[in-house]
Design a protein around this ligand. Structure first.
Ligand code: OGA
Ligand code: MN
Length: 356
């Protein structure tokens, strides 16, 4: 599923990699401080302006059409990519805030897994711990603890256990324990999985891993959002979701999501936070992908033939001028500053799938 992040030497070997390289964040070393390298965005499709112009009765650009359906917002299609749907501004600002908060607080909670599981085992309350300036500290080997602690998927009697602490700890021999600030772990949080858990090492869903069902509110929303792409008379069953977290400079390399059984069912993908560039190509990396902006509140659906198309996110815009999050900032200004601080430099993507 997720291809390896773009390496350096083979970066331009395929048309997809070439496009990733074009949009990826690079820094020019200016004389005073490093500056983001300017990037030509003239070929990036902008569904916000397309839908605004469409609302004023302008014609749609060649290759883009509006889906005839009774969804309560315009749904756009790409003639070059059957099964791909774009719903600009599908989520209200309140919904965006709620999903960002959930993505940071409840979604990464065990038994949901995150990219940190393999190193640290399950981590509880990462977001609040980062806010409180806590440090994750490796505890004494388990024979010095109460022995019942299960801390890691591959846990053995001697597997290390990591716990949040207010201060750096020392072992009984007086050595500083290994530790990492919660704020660093929050910045390095790249994904969490809800519902059926995906085993990245085996590239498949592992139904035997402990999991909770997708929360009801997310089920209801994704079922509604999936309707424009659903085969008629069928229901979308949200069984798994991946939440991706992007900070400045992070990207999601070109990949296919091909581990789900029924490709006629869409992947419902919601964008939150900073604006990003999304690339959708063809069924091999040799096809030159189309680039488009994804803003907070946009939803895309990928079903049918579009499920066989390589796609990825080469870039997010975490700078004030391009992030386009002023409404979100306003909405978050009544809340705890930690959300505001996170959202100013981050993007969150929640994508929901029917697995079987
Ligand atoms: C994915 C994915 C796209 C995005 O998680 O499979 O393609 O917009 N995400 O982040
Ligand atoms: Mn994907």
């Amino acid at each position: 599923m997720y291809g390896s992040e773009t390496g350096t030497e083979d970066v331009e070997r395929t048309a997809f990699r070439k496009a990733e390289k074009k949009y990826k964040l690079y820094y020019d070393n200016g004389r005073k401080k490093k500056q983001p390298r300017p990037v030509d965005l003239s070929e990036v499709l902008d569904f916000k302006s397309i839908s605004e112009r469409y609302a004023q009765n302008a014609e749609l650009p060649a290759g883009i059409s509006k889906l005839q359906c009774d969804f309560d917002r315009p749904v756009f299609c790409l003639e070059s990519h059957p099964g791909f749907y774009f719903i600009p501004g599908a989520l209200t600002i309140e919904e965006q805030c709620q999903w960002i908060k959930d993505s940071l607080t409840s979604f990464p909670q065990p038994p949901n897994r995150t990219n940190h599981n393999v190193i640290y085992g399950p981590i509880e309350d990462l977001f609040v711990s980062a806010k409180q300036g806590k440090v994750l500290v490796e505890e004494e080997p388990s024979h010095q603890r109460n022995g019942t602690d299960s801390n890691n998927d591959q846990s053995t009697a001697t597997a290390p256990s990591w716990k949040f602490s207010d201060v750096q700890s020392f072992s009984s021999r007086g050595e500083a324990c290994k530790s990492v600030p919660a704020s660093v772990l929050l910045r390095k949080l790249r994904w969490s999985t809800l519902g059926l858990q995906f085993d990245w090492s085996k590239r498949s869903y592992n139904v035997s891993l402990p999991h909770n069902k997708i929360p009801d509110d997310l089920c209801q929303l994704s079922t509604k959002l999936a309707t424009p792409a659903m085969p008629s008379g069928e229901d979308f069953q949200p069984e798994a979701a991946i939440v991706n977290y992007f900070g400045q400079g992070d990207m999601l390399g070109g990949h296919l999501d091909d581990m789900e059984k029924d490709w006629s069912k869409p992947i419902v993908s919601m964008s939150l936070g900073c604006k990003a560039i999304f690339l959708i190509g063809g069924n091999s990396r040799e096809h030159t992908p189309l680039a488009m902006f994804l803003r907070s509140g946009d939803v895309i659906l990928m079903a049918g033939a579009a499920r066989e198309c390589f796609h990825g996110v080469p870039r997010i815009f975490a700078d004030k001028e391009h992030a386009e999050i002023s409404e979100l900032e306003l909405q978050f200004s009544d809340e705890d500053d930690s959300f505001l601080e996170y959202v100013r430099t981050s993007r969150v993507n929640i994508n929901i799938r029917q697995v079987f």
